[in-house]
Design a protein around this ligand. Sequence first.
Ligand SMILES: [Zn+2]
Length: 501
Amino acid sequence: MKITVLDGYGTIGGNKILVEEKNEIIFLDFGMNFSMYGRYFEEFLKERSRRGIYDLWMLGLIPKMNIYRKDLITDDLIDEVSSKKRLNIKGVLVSHAHLDHVGNIALLDENIPIIASPETLLILKALADVSRGGMGMEIPFFKVRERDGYILKTGNYSQRPVFSTDRINDNARDFISKVHAKRKDVEKKELSYLEEFNTHFDIIPHRVDHSILGAVGYIIKGDLTIAYTGDFRLHGLYASYSRDFISLAKDANILITEGTRLGREEDVNLSERDVYNNALRIVEEAKGLVVADFSARNFERLQTFKEISSKTGRKLVITDRDAYHLYSLDLYDNSNRLKDLIIYDEKSSRENEWEGYLKNNIDNEWIDPFHIGKNQEDFIICFSFYDINELLDIRPVEGSVYIYSSSEAFGEEDIFSFERLMNWIDYFKMRIEGIEVINDEITFKKGLHASGHISEDELYETIQRIDPDYIVPIHTQNVEWFRKNFPEKLREIKNNETLEI
Ligand SMILES: [Zn+2]
């Protein structure tokens, strides 16, 4: 058995791990490496999608292998790509829908299937529908590019094969297999289940707890057994999932584990309840508008603010994009996540197809910025930094608060300037909680975010309990911790290195 780390060693995010045995290859995640990406790109300087994978290939932001969609390879790159050996990749096992784990999958050869949990598939599909173009978001549908020399033009839709780790009802299945766009010529592929996936590996997915729904770890059995944690934690609402995964992983030969929080100074294992209590106090004292900034796909956090809003007599407003995500997940488990939520009516000049679909399928109240502006103390709005220009319409009154309650790890989901956020906050004369500026340095105040990742102590115990022969660390900036604590078991696989056992 061979394990190659293509990306994700010594850094947080960008997991791309290749497992090979008996001439079959599977990928464990194929994420986007935000910190590498950020070395060259920013908001208005991005890869040119008309050049397909060319920019990413040249800059070394994706592995230089012959594994990509042919329609994304321009004339001037064909020779270089085809000079590499064509690999027999059976599929990508997706751990969860964070972009540092899935963000580059859409670039892979269209015949390479993805294997993921139903929630992950729904989140990815909803994300693809609401995103404004961009190659990385096209899962499971993508627009086939037509080659016109050095330039690619977009054509009709096609779909990548998809395998679900669990049963899905017809409604959710239909949502995943339907493309919401005007030009609907789709070569449709039916969604399949993991047991139909053809490989000599025995693949056992198991749910783990993380800051997004649908996260799984995988046990992969070939001649040896690998346990891959993905991102996980033991202090969240669904910690029992992670504990069961750990039992299942017991005595695996190779443990591939994350270590996001290792070596962080003053690391506190804050629970979602702590976040609730701290945020509640802030909202109770707020005089005007409350803006809560957190990843829309952190559904536990959404629940936290839902409780806070009912406790403080405010109403919770979410964006239509977030509502679309909740709607898609409700199709799967009928949890009624949209209950009592108000949807922000962003005044757009043209209604997107998915927006029309959402309006037709839910009966929530919609509210525009001017109505919120008149009664600011009645609302908590779930906005991210990218929605902040909407506040120009709402005009926050004195006493309004911006609660930053978002991911602690820079580079896991996106890169943006906190400085720019602070300029907006200054402009609106709002109070910000969760971020502090001390001597011109931006620091994060503890108390308003519970990590999606396992703590140092709990990771130590987890490794003891699984007791693998070898440990391969990934998704951590602190490999040193493994060198210190598990010197005998540690097998460091640096990027582009292979471990053969
Ligand atoms: Zn994650």
